[in-house]
Ligand binder design. Structure first.
Ligand code: PEP
Ligand code: MG
Length: 551
């Protein structure tokens, strides 16, 4: 039976499965031997925590020495600090004071912090697994159990685990580990982040993978997110073919995005924080097509100051001298709520005060952000373009564009995420400098299907001809006015869709850095005429499979 998960990257691998050593059993909750004093138990725990901290720190330093493990260094360093967190130590000591054994008190201390992280959700919840890993290491030292970790093998294998700790991922011997498959973890878990940066074939969130017996041959396909136990000869051949294609695609890095006949289609990267700029450049991005600025706001109680924002924008822009960098203003609301900005009483927040609507209600935030962008622009050599999210029509586009220009920003544009902006595209193109199409939202609003709802996820496809026609209306209006029209939603990362978008007439594509190779390679296989032919068919709905509910 094929096991489905979330693939990281596009590679494939075929090798036998080896499971990660199982987690340590939960220490029994029984009273401590009275011969063991509170003080000596606390000291024993402190010594074990210190040892784990030093070990993680050493690994961090070792990881920093090598190019392909460099990214693990700060993660390991942060983990090492978890092992000496004073609040955690106090919690564990309290357990010892109440008569618990050292291993049980440690277990409970780590578990309670883990639960707190889980309760916070999102990124913080994904750090809970990291904390559990540190706790397991400390408990192993206290009980004399073997340290949890990677299995030993002389031959290549596919590593299967519940989840992998950053320490484990950083330590993987890539001559042996052909792929990693985890039952837990999401696309932004550390396993995924490190797998992506080290180029490891990975499938995460593959529930059921734990049931594959050790030694079973599996084909792991990151492009489809599939893990196939006992693959057929054809499936094995397919995996090898795919790897050849991935390797070939990587050879085009450094070349500009272009169709077979030389028609240029710049390929840019979507970036979530300034540090991601390096990854974008590594994969040959010609600039940044979408810098989501929410990261600056999400973790704070109030909006960051102009200075803090300017420093962050400058950090990104400085990495792209002479290159285009599109920075989007804060998109608060709907799937990205902000405590100090988003109304709490909206029954349908995706249809509420989000994006530019929220910024106009909180004009000080809008003005501070534009001021910070203008300062960062003045201090750097990148070609800065600035855009607003959730813009509904030409008057809103004009409002934002004029405001941006008044801050001295040269290229000011809008995102096309609401169908009304496509319907009014001819007017919009006359009042703004560029449009970037956010296909994630444009799809949800065109098809009235909440992008966060699994029950309507079948509508979340840009292959629906209604979405493609909306894109075409914008591209046509752009062409008529000489206005650039990019696409920066997930759709741009689908190589086949990228060809269709080229045929529809968009002028740039922006996607996660790891998707650039495959899109660049696919575009190079088709002429503009061929792309236009594919676009015509897709606009007719040829590629769209209507949803058939199960009887
Ligand atoms: C989009 O809607 O396609 C987009 C790029 O913005 P976000 O995913 O941040 O809403
Ligand atoms: Mg959006």
């Amino acid at each position: 039976m094929v096991i489905k998960g979330v693939g990281i990257g596009r590679g494939a691998a075929v090798a036998p499965v080896l499971h990660m050593a199982p987690a340590l059993p939960e220490p029994a909750d029984e009273p401590r031997d009275p011969a063991l004093s509170t003080t000596s138990e606390k000291e024993r725990i402190a010594a074990a925590m210190k040892k784990v901290q030093e070990n993680l720190m050493q690994r961090s330093q070792a990881a920093a020495q090598h190019e392909n493990t460099k990214e693990a260094a700060p993660i390991l360093a942060a983990l090492s600090q978890m092992a000496v967190d004073p609040a955690l130590t106090t919690k564990i000591d309290d357990g010892v004071d109440s008569g618990k054994t050292a291993d049980r008190a440690t277990y409970e201390g780590f578990s309670s912090f883990e639960q707190q992280l889980h309760a916070l959700g999102g990124y913080m919840a994904e750090r809970a697994g990291d904390l559990r890993d540190v706790g397991q290491r400390v408990i192993a030292l206290l009980t004399g159990a073997a340290q949890p970790g990677i299995p030993e093998s002389d031959t290549p294998y596919v590593l299967v685990a519940q989840d992998l700790s950053p320490a484990d991922t950083a330590a993987l011997d890539l001559d042996k580990v052909q792929a990693i498959v985890t039952a837990e973890g999401g696309p932004t878990s550390h396993t995924a982040i490190l797998a992506r940066s080290r180029g490891i074939v990975a499938v995460v969130a593959a529930a059921g993978a734990q049931g594959i017996p050790n030694g079973t041959l599996v084909a792991v396909n990151a492009a489809t997110g599939e893990v196939i136990p006992d693959p057929s000869d054809t499936e094995i051949a397919q995996a090898h073919k795919q790897n050849e294609a991935v390797a070939k695609a990587a050879t085009l890095r450094g070349k500009p995005g272009a169709l077979k006949d030389g028609t240029l289609l710049p390929l840019l990267a979507n970036v979530g924080k300034p540090e991601d700029g390096a990854q974008a450049l590594k994969f040959g991005a010609e600039g940044v097509g979408l810098f989501r600025t929410e990261f600056l706001f999400l973790s704070s109680e109030e909006a960051p100051s102009v200075e803090v924002q300017a420093a962050a924008y400058e950090k990104l822009l400085a990495q792209f001298p002479g290159k285009k960098v599109v920075i989007r203003l804060l998109d608060a609301g709907a799937d990205k709520p902000l405590a100090f900005l988003t109304p709490e009483d909206e029954p349908n927040p995706a249809l509420g005060v989000r994006g530019l609507r929220a910024l106009r209600v909180h004009k000080n935030i809008l003005e501070d952000q534009l001021e910070a962008l203008a300062r960062a622009d003045a201090a750097t050599e990148a070609d800065l373009w600035v855009m607003a999210p959730m813009v509904a029509d030409a008057p809103e586009a004009k409002y934002f564009t004029d405001l941006g220009h008044s801050y001295g920003l040269k290229k000011v544009g809008v995102m096309a995420e609401v169908p009304s902006i496509a319907i009014m595209a001819d007017q919009v193109a006359k009042v703004t400098d560029f449009v970037s199409i956010g296909t994630n939202d444009l799809t949800q609003y065109t098809l009235a299907a909440d992008r966060t709802l699994g029950s309507v996820s079948h509508y979340q496809t840009v292959w629906h001809p209604a979405v493609l026609r909306a894109i075409k209306m914008i591209a046509d209006a752009g062409a008529a006015q000489g206005m650039p029209v990019g696409v920066c939603g997930e759709a741009a990362a689908d190589p086949q869709m990228a060809v269709v978008l080229a045929g529809v007439g968009v002028t740039s594509l922006s996607m996660s850095a790891a998707s650039l190779d495959a899109v660049r390679a696919e575009l190079a296989e088709h002429t503009l005429a061929e792309a236009q032919e594919k676009a015509a068919a897709a606009l007719d709905g040829a590629q769209y499979k209507p949803y058939e509910p199960e009887e």
